[in-house]
Design a protein around this ligand. Structure first.
Ligand SMILES: C[S@@+](CC[C@H](N)C(=O)[O-])C[C@H]1O[C@@H](n2cnc3c(N)ncnc32)[C@H](O)[C@@H]1O
Length: 230
């Protein structure tokens, strides 16, 4: 576990691939089909999720469920982190927010049994519109993993969520998320966490088996943030 700062340079290739694919409106995102294979999820031409991230998702799930209780996930994707969260019996209640109707339909199918026993619930919509409906200090852990829906959000779509995460977490609760940082927090990243009120900020460096042809990540490590509400 480390706490140092790393002002690593941006990764232009992973930005370029997304600019080349292009970004539409939020409505277009929701209207585009979600195409699943065993290994990948694509929406509107974007490589949204790939199964090689499984071990990293497992680490994020371990952090989000460290305090047990009530866990919020934002972004269902292929349900890899969801599966890891729900495998942890310390998690008594699981809430997931997902904006894409095709992904939400898949979530309904995957969560069927857990929803039947009232352990899981699905909220369909963009987190920006859904989380204001949730009470302050109502979660013990949060796992945030969405996807940039605009050019400005590439590699930093998690930043805007930090103040809302602070509001939603109970004291002592954990926030973690797909960090988009290879070896440490950038100065801007840390400033955004501190600005939201998070002072207990650590991370693990996770080894990754990144495929050579991955369009959105090119390093063989990524940090797993361990951010605790005081
Ligand atoms: C990278 S995937 C999540 C992967 C997931 N952690 C897994 O293990 O399979 C991102 C998901 O977030 C959803 N998403 C993107 N922006 C969102 C937003 N603003 N609110 C809610 N969901 C969003 C996408 O539709 C997509 O299903």
């Amino acid at each position: 576990m480390k706490t140092d700062v790393n002002d690593s340079p941006a990764m232009p290739a992973t930005v370029r691939t997304r600019l080349d694919i292009g970004f539409g409106t939020r409505e277009q995102w929701c209207l585009a089909p979600a195409t699943f294979t065993d290994e990948t999820l694509k929406i509107a031409g974007h490589p949204v999720m790939e199964r090689w991230e499984g071990s990293y998702m497992g680490r994020l799930a371990g952090i989000a469920s460290a305090a047990g209780g009530s866990v919020l996930e934002v972004g269902f994707g292929m349900g890899i982190s969801a599966t890891a969260l729900l495998a942890d019996e310390r998690v008594k209640s699981y809430t997931v927010i997902e904006c894409h109707p095709g992904v939400a339909t898949r979530a309904l199918a995957m969560l069927d049994a857990e929803m039947a026993r009232m352990r899981a619930r699905l909220m369909v919509g963009f987190w920006e519109e859904v989380t204001p409906l949730l009470a302050a200090a109502s979660f013990d852990g949060i796992l945030f993993d969405t996807y940039p829906l605009t050019e400005a959000d590439i590699h930093q779509n998690h930043f805007a969520f930090f103040p809302e995460a602070f509001r939603l977490l109970r004291s002592g609760g954990f926030l973690t998320y797909y960090s988009d940082e290879a070896t440490g927090f950038s100065r801007e990243h840390l400033d955004r966490l501190w600005g939201a009120g998070f002072t207990d900020v650590k991370f693990d460096v996770c080894e990754l088996d990144t495929p050579a042809d991955c369009e959105y990540w090119m390093s063989d490590t990524m940090i797993a943030p361990i951010v605790r509400k005081p």
